[in-house]
Design a binder for this molecule. Structure first.
Ligand code: PMP
Length: 405
């Protein structure tokens, strides 16, 4: 990758002092930090071109519409899709809710929806609601006997037994970092024409998914976990499937014609974008995609892997630490516990050193139950972290643990 010290200057928050110490941000799984170009883009829009989209005959309105639609094109190119397959949403959560609502309209009692043991609540709760409303049944691919991951053999077996109507899986786990074998599962599920949904909230920035290669029906993600602003996400859908999906919200902007008697909706993607969208957010996300485009993806992968290995090795060498998850296929996120100490105590002590980690159940309570724990300390890396940060983190972690012993 390019010089990491130069790159870090692009992220103003990384120079911040927190609790009298230089910030060490190890919580990118919760939200990524933002490069200056994204911050500038938000500012620039409100200062120079603020206007609504798809309405204007005036210059500002035209400019806003062009920039807004340009980002749809950039995102489409980034994931090897076409712009009409990209729907703007509030985030991965809203994207999954749009899918749950839309797909529920054609489900029958006893139809099966299959998810995995590693799902975020956002990919569990909407399906539970759908089951309650339709009589469909939610089934779960369990962790294997090592409690580290799901296996393809068990997954294929369950797909053969259940012939699911819908399979909805995380591409990467937010709690454990596992990269799930979604490509193989998508391919296998074609045997039963299951609709495949991939929750890419964690994977998008680390794995840069290719829709043609994955060949899923739907893929969802949030901009804020990929250098972009909060309150914005994406729903990718293969056009034929997306365009026939019933809409979740109605109102202005998503229509062709309205009379008091009837309304004709427009085609996807606009039929899913009722109301005034997050225009500034979309345009700023375009800057985030430009930024990612400038980073060589192979170099990013190699760099993130080296960071992860260094973190993993040093954690493995601390006696009393237990690591969770699949440490071989991983986006750079490690969850751990120390002896019987409460993870909150560890994170609180680390915060005194300016170190930001996440602690708790990570919105994966069923996964934590499968692991027989209440929560973990989670370190989630991004390409703007450094080996030095990891060393400083390990040094202070050891100090914190010795206080708890
Ligand atoms: N899925 C996964 C795997 C996640 O990590 C998250 C966010 N933690 C979500 C879904 C929901 O994303 P958002 O809160 O941005 O809607």
């Amino acid at each position: 990758m390019c010089n990491i010290d130069i790159l870090r200057h692009d992220f103003p928050i990384l120079n911040k002092i927190v609790n009298d110490q230089p910030l060490i941000y190890l919580d990118s799984g919760a939200t990524s930090q933002k490069p200056q170009c994204v911050i500038d883009s938000l500012n620039h829009f409100y200062t120079n071109s603020n206007s609504n989209v798809h309405r204007g005959i005036h210059t500002l309105g035209d400019q806003a519409t062009t920039s807004y639609e340009n980002t749809r094109e950039k995102v489409a190119q980034f994931i090897n899709a076409v712009p009409k397959e990209i729907v703007w949403t509030k985030g991965a959560t809203e994207s999954l809710n749009i899918l749950a609502y839309g797909l529920s309209q054609s489900l029958k009692p006893r139809d099966i929806i299959l998810i995995s043991a590693l799902e975020h609540h956002a990919n569990i709760v909407p399906w539970q609601q759908v089951c309650a409303q339709t009589g469909a049944i939610l089934k779960v691919i369990p962790l294997d006997e090592t409690l580290q991951k799901i296996t393809l053999s068990e997954t294929f077996k369950l797909i053969d037994i259940y012939k699911p109507k819908i399979i909805s899986l995380s591409h990467a786990s937010n709690a454990l970092g596992n990269i799930q074998p979604v490509k193989e599962i998508i391919e296998y599920s074609k045997k039963y024409q299951s609709i495949t949904i991939i929750d890419g909230a964690q994977a998008f920035m680390h794995l840069r998914p290719d829709m043609k290669n994955l060949d899923c029906d739907f893929y969802v993600f949030s901009a804020h976990k990929a250098l972009g602003p909060t309150g914005l996400g994406c729903l990718y859908g293969k056009y034929e499937v997306l365009n026939t999906l019933p809409v979740y919200q109605t109102g202005g902007e998503m229509i062709k014609t309205v009379s008091f008697e009837e309304t004709i909706f427009s085609e996807a993607p606009s039929k899913f974008e009722a109301g005034t969208p997050n225009i500034a957010g979309v345009i700023a996300f375009g800057s985030a995609i430009d930024y990612l485009d400038k980073i060589n993806f192979n170099a990013q992968l190699i760099y993130e892997k080296a960071l992860f290995l260094s973190l993993r090795n040093q954690l493995e060498n601390i006696s009393g630490i237990k690591l969770y998850g699949d440490l071989d296929q991983n986006i750079g996120t490690i969850s751990f516990n120390y002896k019987n100490e409460h993870p909150f105590d560890i994170a609180t002590l680390l915060d005194q050193y300016g170190i930001a980690v996440r602690v708790g159940n990570h919105c994966t309570q069923p996964l934590m139950s499968s692991l027989n724990i209440e929560g973990t300390v989670r370190v989630s890396l991004a390409f703007y972290n450094t080996k030095t940060e990891i060393e400083v983190f390990i040094k202070h972690l050891k100090q914190c643990l010795s206080l708890l012993d």
